[in-house]
Write a protein that binds this ligand. Structure first.
Ligand code: M6R
Length: 613
């Protein structure tokens, strides 16, 4: 979590860093801060709260210089107050540092430093880093600032992306990464550093993705990348950023979440571009084509992920087992990494992650790799840690997702899993015409989403009717049970209404006790082989006076009679319904959050990219 950024060049760093922080605010918004090398001293400002608080502070003072660093925080160690905000400085104020990650052995380092007389100002793990670097740098006069950073990081256990500057080397900016992302933007006589490419895109399209264990030392004209273990200079390739300003700005939309819901008219098509083969009723997924035999013959597939991506994984299980008949186990990465899972060389692990940076998912991959499994990734962010750590993978190409609540990334993940299941199925016994049916429904998705978006008025009515309730229930069966879980998660995270998803038939084993006239129950009721069963489940809820909100692709008089509200998606393939119905659930959560005046793009306590355990 946390976003870090840095600049070195000829321009005034302050506005560049502030703009960069705004772009990184999705990563954490508990506090923010900036440090600038201003002629002969480091000036810094930091403030609890959103970046606008820091902006207000900056507007009252003059903080100017062409080298600087900045940070936006998601609190881990220490509450979100001013003193725990980054940057952290050494006691003489000559070194400043920003950090994204967690220093696991900070207590031991802190004790040693305290014994040497260092006085700490914050409760953070990060502060040990700046004092440690300072102690090494000033103890051994022969070391360069870069060498001192390298030496300090060798004593550190944990995850970090850091950017640091030192008053005594005013031409220099040093950064390093281990487990937290860091991108270097290469401009004309200037460099940019950031946790992702979004702060960089307005200035240069040329970037270098730093790898774990690398350190970079910058002047405004040069960059030297080496490793924490060796000073030998590495040659790294320049990558062109595939990102436009439009993609990372809200445009006419009031919130990123709404923009991203609307993006689904084209993002799902982008996910499928060049990958559908209607003629043969199959799909082509280049990034994993060499692994098809291994997938088909796998003893088991583990799908691992967190949050929304885990829900996509549950849908993937249903699809892969249906089409390809390979056993699939879906596990939270945070659980998988600490248990004794059965892994052999015929086991495949598929990790799903929008950001490609989720710490637990990354750790699960590393564990599976160590035990000999083939690892594949389904990621949205190109060049992300998970994309690079896995043996192969499929990008979702949903475009940047900035709203903390995942929307378009989810539908693209499910689309990828659908294509994967079909591709594997067609290699075994799934008939061509079955594949063609599925593909023709997938090809209609952009139009289907457009149709759903026209129906926002009806969704607003449901939102208005239910906005003041304290609880919400979501029901689905089979492939739609994870859709119910995802709908509940969307509502919880942005409107703070308690919500639960259940398999519809499980209601009578306990949760039905919760139903009364104040309980909205969203039911996913597509025309599939469970339709008559779900009608019965609706009857059971109706009999207890629950408020029935049905989502279906079918006109049915009984369903209409039982439902208080009925929201239609265009008729579609039963395996595509999870995608279309999810768009309705996203809109419903959004509209409720709007009516409740919630911070939609930055819900309390959350951050987009969870790079801590
Ligand atoms: O980037 P990832 O897909 O790995 O992130 C996983 C979860 O943190 C994420 O899906 C989270 O649950 C979202 N806020 C849900 O909207």
């Amino acid at each position: 979590m946390c976003g870090i950024t840095g600049y070195i060049g000829n321009r005034n760093a302050t506005p560049i860093l502030l703009k960069g922080l705004k772009r990184l605010e999705y990563r954490g918004y508990d506090s923010s801060g900036i440090a600038i090398l201003d002629t002969d001293r480091i000036k810094y400002l930091k403030k609890a709260g959103k970046i606008k608080e820091l902006q207000a502070l900056i507007s009252k003072t003059s903080i100017y210089g062409s080298i600087g660093i900045a940070h936006t925080r998601w609190a881990t160690h220490g509450s979100p107050n001013d003193s725990n905000s980054h940057p952290h400085l050494n006691e003489s104020g000559t070194i400043a540092l920003v950090h994204n990650g967690i220093i696991e052995n900070y207590e031991a380092i802190k004790e040693t430093l305290i014994r040497k007389g260092v006085i700490f100002q914050s409760e953070t793990d990060t502060e040990v880093l700046v004092h440690l670097i300072s102690a090494i740098y000033y103890e051994d006069k022969k070391l360069s600032f870069e060498d001192a950073v390298r030496a300090a990081l060798q004593e550190v256990v944990g995850a970090y992306g850091i950017v640091a500057l030192c008053k005594d080397e005013p031409e220099n900016l040093v950064a390093a990464r281990m487990g937290s992302p860091l991108v270097l933007g290469v401009g004309e006589n200037e460099y940019f550093l950031a946790s992702d490419a979004s702060p960089i895109v307005g200035y240069t399209r040329n970037v270098i993705y730093l790898d774990d264990g690398e350190i970079v030392s910058l002047t405004k004209n040069t960059h030297n990348i080496s490793t924490l273990k060796s000073k030998e200079i590495l040659t790294k390739t320049l990558t062109e950023i595939d990102l436009t300003i439009d993609e990372i700005e809200k445009g006419e939309f009031p919130h990123f979440m709404l923009k991203e819901i609307h993006d689904q008219t084209h993002s799902i098509t982008n996910t499928m571009r060049g990958r559908l083969n209607f003629q043969d009723g199959t799909t082509n997924l280049g990034g994993i084509s060499e692994f098809i035999p291994s997938l088909i013959n796998a003893s088991r597939i583990y799908i691992t992920a967190c949050g929304t991506s885990w829900h996509a994984g549950l849908i993937g299980k249903h699809l892969i087992e249906t089409y390809a008949q390979v056993p699939v186990h879906v596990e939270y990465a945070s659980e998988f990494r600490y248990r004794k899972a059965i892994i052999d060389s015929d086991t495949i692990l598929i990790a799903i992650s929008q950001s490609g940076e989720t710490a637990d998912t990354l750790a699960a991959i590393k564990k599976a790799k160590e035990l000999g499994a083939l690892t594949l990734g389904i990621c949205n962010v190109v060049g992300s840690s998970i994309a690079r750590e896995t043996d192969g993978g499929i990008y979702t190409h949903a475009g940047p997702e900035i709203g903390v609540a995942s929307t378009k990334a989810f539908t693209s993940q499910v689309t990828v899993l659908t294509m994967l299941a079909l591709m594997l199925g067609r290699k075994i016994e799934v008939a061509k015409n079955k594949g063609q049916n599925l593909i023709s429904s997938l090809s209609e998705l952009n139009k289907d989403v457009e149709e759903i978006l026209k129906n926002q008025k009806k969704i607003k009515e449901v939102a208005k009717f239910t906005k003041d309730v304290n609880h919400y229930i979501y029901l689905g069966r089979g492939i739609n049970f994870p859709v119910a879980l995802e709908g509940a998660l969307k509502l919880k995270e942005i409107s703070y209404i308690h919500a639960e998803g259940y398999p519809a038939a499980e209601m009578k084993h306990g949760p039905i006790a919760l139903i009364d006239e104040n309980m909205p129950v969203v039911v996913l009721a597509p025309m599939d082989n469970t339709f008559s069963k779900i009608l019965a489940n609706i009857q059971e809820v109706k009999a207890r006076k629950g408020i029935i909100i049905t989502i279906t692709d079918t006109k049915n008089s009984e369903l209409e009679k039982l439902s208080d509200f009925i929201l239609y998606v265009p008729p579609t393939h039963q395996h595509v319904f999870p995608i279309t119905s999810s768009v309705i659930l996203q809109l419903l959560a959004y509209e409720i959050a709007v009516l409740k005046n919630c911070e939609i793009d930055q819900p309390r306590n959350l951050a987009k990219s969870v790079t801590v355990e």
